[in-house]
Design a protein around this ligand. Structure first.
Ligand SMILES: Nc1ncnc2c1ncn2[C@@H]1O[C@H](COP(=O)(O)OP(=O)(O)OP(=O)(O)O)[C@@H](O)[C@H]1O
Length: 581
């Protein structure tokens, strides 16, 4: 069932519950029993008050009380099942929505994440979807209960006395108008408050995640001042909300009590003139008028809350449309790495490219060939487009025109996972996942044996430092690898890339945080393991000289143009090349 291919309106949000037919059935039955028994309470009062009007034997009173006790006990069982099934429904809905939303997010093209705040997306996934599910289910139940109280209560009022009903209905209607007026103001004020609160949350989330920068700039005082300003603003708005909410509640209570008072007063008059209205009936009447008022409130607040939830749902629904998605594989058992039969070669044919959020072209009609088994170095000024070449080969971005071929096959005609399974990459960002060292290395091949992991770590010169850690391979790396040095993180990332073992390797400044010794070690690994062994390797590095001995050819990029692709020796006389040495 796709939860997100709808318009995202009130109607469609209720339909989200339909797949849970069994739970929905149990819930409906429980609702019927619990609301039915609640609706009977005034009738019980009428029966018991009726007994006061004449001399009644104890056994008769006992029988009446016992009958109603049995009914209310069944009613309380209904309430138990209603609450149980509501919670189950809400959690089931939240689970289904989250699972599907996460699936859609994983399929989105990477450019979407540059446009959308990732904090917002995870807030939607965690908080908003839970909130929507709770609201939809609980308010749906409230609306049904409200409808039964309102119609049942009003039915009894009309059946008992039309004039008395009119006297009761008029104040209730004015109550509804007042409630609606203040309800609308309150809603707007609350929206302003959550906007400020969201901003404050985003602000602190960012500051805490970059706490190191805050500390290094001695900005604690500045941050406290800034946060206090936000909290003051939030408090000011909270006071506004509290003011309107207090007026709303005060008026509702005052008007509600007075309306009841007038109804009973008029009822007392009808009883006194022997109009056929007994004290028992008047008691039931007063209670049913409260029921119909309560029913109306449940209906209107349920509707308002549902509308609020549908607003949030509409935003999530829009994000969850399967546009801007790429073909990914959700088969967790599938081999994530492929060693192609022939040594891979890569061709760029008239490729132009711009990032979706930018207007200027990063590449304007570039073409080049990387031959099978070559080790290529890419060099160029910062911002010249080196990493963008990797973004295109790995199909993270699509060129605006032109073709990219691996082994003669156009990657743009293949699913996004196709080139990625034959490529292992160490990118510039040295971010790890929270977890242990081994979890991070195994990410590239979840089925890898311990021996294979050790071997990859030894090749990446990571083994010795890992073994010196307190819990060795099980040492936690901290959030984003916070508890490790830059060089240690980089070596873990290299080990992860080596463990995957496809036959195209891309290294983007993979050794920038390593010392000269370790870098030399890494270069030896490239020479020994990759050269002439069926691998095609591309290395981006600012340390141009380090490429001299390992690369067959060097690609020189300037402002998105390949200005040379030649051996190191042949390039040495090139003026642009000399600038980079
Ligand atoms: N995700 C992105 N969205 C928008 N523009 C981007 C993105 N990544 C890079 N750019 C822009 O594309 C151009 C090329 O960037 P790229 O990262 O490829 O350069 P680079 O040569 O690898 O730079 P450096 O050596 O500094 O890493 C730059 O102008 C950069 O601002």
């Amino acid at each position: 069932m796709n939860f997100f291919n709808r318009k995202g309106d009130l109607h469609s949000i209720i339909k989200l519950l339909l797949p849970e037919k069994l739970l929905l059935g149990k819930f409906s039955l429980a609702l019927l029993v619990s609301s039915g028994s609640a609706l009977c309470f005034p009738l019980a009062m009428k029966d018991i008050y009726g007994l006061c009007e004449e001399k009644t034997e104890v056994s008769k009173i006992f029988k009446v009380v016992a009958k109603w006790t049995a009914i209310f006990t069944i009613g309380s069982l209904g309430t138990y099942y209603r609450r149980l099934t509501i919670d189950q429904l809400a959690n089931k809905l939240s689970m289904n929505l989250r699972h599907q939303y996460y699936k859609v997010l994983l399929q989105k093209r990477i450019s979407i994440f540059a446009e959308q705040n990732s904090g917002n997306l995870s807030h939607q996934l965690g908080h908003d979807i839970y909130q929507i599910s709770q609201t939809v289910v609980f308010e749906f139940s409230s609306i049904l209960r409200g409808a039964s109280f309102f119609t049942g209560g009003l039915g009894y009022l009309l059946y008992t006395s039309v004039p008395l009903t009119l006297v009761t209905i008029l104040p209730i209607s004015s109550l509804a108008l007042v409630s609606k007026h203040y309800g609308t103001i309150l809603k707007k004020e609350r929206e302003k408050m959550s906007e400020i609160s969201r901003f404050a949350q985003g602000y602190t989330r960012e500051r805490i995640s970059q706490i190191k920068t805050v500390k290094l700039f001695n900005a604690e005082g500045f941050e406290m001042k800034k946060y206090k300003e936000l909290l003051d603003k939030l408090y000011g708005q909270a006071v506004n909300v509290a003011g309107y909410s207090a007026i709303h509640h005060g008026l509702m209570e005052g008007l509600g009590q007075n309306a009841l008072l007038w109804c009973i007063g008029y009822g007392a008059y009808l009883v006194s003139i022997d109009s056929g209205l007994s004290i028992g009936k008047l008691t039931a009447f007063a209670m049913y008028s409260m029921y119909s008022g309560l029913g109306f409130r449940l209906l209107s607040s349920g509707y308002t809350e549902m509308k609020k939830a549908s607003g949030i749902y509409r935003i999530i629904n829009q994000n969850a449309q399967l546009s801007d998605v790429e073909t990914v594989s959700f088969d967790s058992e599938k081999v994530t790495s492929v060693f192609t039969k022939g040594t891979p070669y890569i061709q760029f044919r008239n490729v132009s490219f711009k990032y979706p959020i930018r207007d200027h072209l990063v590449f304007d009609n570039i073409s080049f060939d990387i031959k099978a088994g070559e080790i290529i170095g890419i060099i160029g000024q910062s911002g010249s487009g080196k990493s963008s070449i990797f973004n295109l080969i790995t199909h993270l971005y699509k060129p605006t025109s032109g073709d990219i071929l691996i082994n003669g096959e156009n990657i743009l005609e293949k699913p996004a996972w196709w080139p990625r399974q034959m490529i292992s990459i160490v990118s510039q960002e040295t971010l790890l996942f929270t977890g242990s060292i081994i979890d991070n290395i195994r990410y590239s091949d979840p089925q890898a044996s311990e021996e294979a992991i050790m071997e990859a770590c030894k090749k990446a010169d990571a083994y010795d430092f890992i073994m010196e850690m307190p819990e060795k391979f099980n040492t936690p790396v901290g959030e984003q690898g916070y508890a490790l040095s830059g060089g240690q993180k980089q070596r873990i990332l290299i080990a992860r890339a080596l463990l995957k073992k496809p036959n195209i390797f891309l290294f983007d400044e993979a050794t920038s945080a390593l010392d000269a010794n370790t870098e030399g070690y890494f270069q030896d690994v490239i020479e020994k393991e990759f050269k002439g062994k069926g691998y095609t390797v591309i290395i981006i590095s600012h340390r141009v000289k380090s490429l001299k001995n390992i690369c067959d050819r060097i690609m020189l990029i300037d402002e998105g143009k390949v200005i040379a692709l030649d051996t190191f020796e042949n390039l040495e006389t090139h003026p642009e090349f000399k600038l980079l040495l």
